[in-house]
Design a protein around this ligand. Structure first.
Ligand code: AMP
Length: 184
C-alpha cells in the first residue's frame, strides 16, 4: 500500500502517520523527521536545510527529493510506504509521480486530514519544537496555504484524494483513517 498523508502543520498528521504505518505494516517516512535528523547530525543536507527550516520555509525541492528517493529505495519500502510531509508542493508531487512510474508503481491513496485554522493555531501554540516560535508558525501556515493546499486539487483531479475529519481524539481520527483505507 502506497499512501500520502496531507495536512497542515498542527493537523496531527505526524502522529497519525506513525500509528497508521504501524497498523498496516508499512514504513512511515516523515520528511520533517529525516530533515531534523540531518540537522542534528550536521551533515551536508542538514547544513543546507537548517536555515530554511528555522524560517518556516520549504527546503529546496532538489535536496528533499534526493533524500526521499534514497529512503524509498530501501528494501523495507518494496511493499509500500506512508509518506508524511512529502510532497509539499505540486512540483514535488510531479517528481513523486515520475519516481513511482519509473518503479512501475503508483499511489493507492492520498489522505487529507482536515483541521480548522483556529484549532491548528491552538495546537501549534501548545507544542514545543525548535521551529515552533510564533513567527515561524505563521510562516509555516502561510507556506502551507500557498504551496501545500493546492496539492488537494492535484490529487482530487486524479481521483486519489480522501478527506478525513482531523478534529477529535487521536484514536477517533485513527479509526476514521483506517476505515477510509479499508473502504476502498
Ligand atoms: P514537518 O515536520 O513536516 O512539519 O517539517 C518541518 C520543516 O521541514 C518544514 O517547515 C520545512 O522547512 C521542512 N520540510 C519538511 N518536509 C519538506 C518538504 N517535503 N519539502 C520542503 N521542506 C520540507
Amino acid at each position: 500500500m502506497r499512501i500520502v498523508l496531507l495536512g497542515a502543520p498542527g493537523s496531527g498528521k505526524g502522529t497519525q502517520a506513525e500509528l497508521v504505518g504501524k497498523r498496516i505494516g508499512v514504513p512511515h517516512i516523515a520528511a520533517g523527521d529525516l530533515l531534523r535528523a540531518a540537522v542534528t547530525e550536521e551533515n551536508e543536507l542538514g547544513r543546507a536545510a537548517k536555515q530554511y527550516m528555522e524560517r518556516g520555509d520549504l527546503v529546496p525541492d532538489g535536496l528533499v527529493v534526493e533524500m526521499i528517493e534514497k529512503r524509498m529505495a530501501a528494501r523495507d519500502c518494496d511493499r509500500g510506504f506512508l509518506l508524511d510531509g512529502f510532497p509539499r508542493n505540486v512540483a514535488q508531487a510531479e517528481v513523486l509521480d515520475r519516481i513511482l512510474s519509473d518503479r512501475r508503481e503508483h499511489l493507492d491513496h492520498v489522505m487529507f486530514l482536515a483541521v480548522g485554522r483556529e484549532e491548528l493555531l491552538k495546537r501549534l501554540n501548545g507544542r514545543r519544537r525548535a521551529d515552533d516560535s510564533e513567527k515561524t508558525v505563521r510562516a509555516r501556515l502561510d507556506v502551507y496555504e500557498h504551496e501545500t493546499a493546492p496539492l488537494c486539487d492535484y490529487y482530487e483531479s486524479r481521483g486519489l484524494l480522501r478527506r478525513v475529519d482531523g478534529e477529535g481524539c487521536i484514536e477517533e481520527i485513527l479509526d476514521r483513517i483506517l476505515a477510509e483505507l479499508r473502504g476502498s
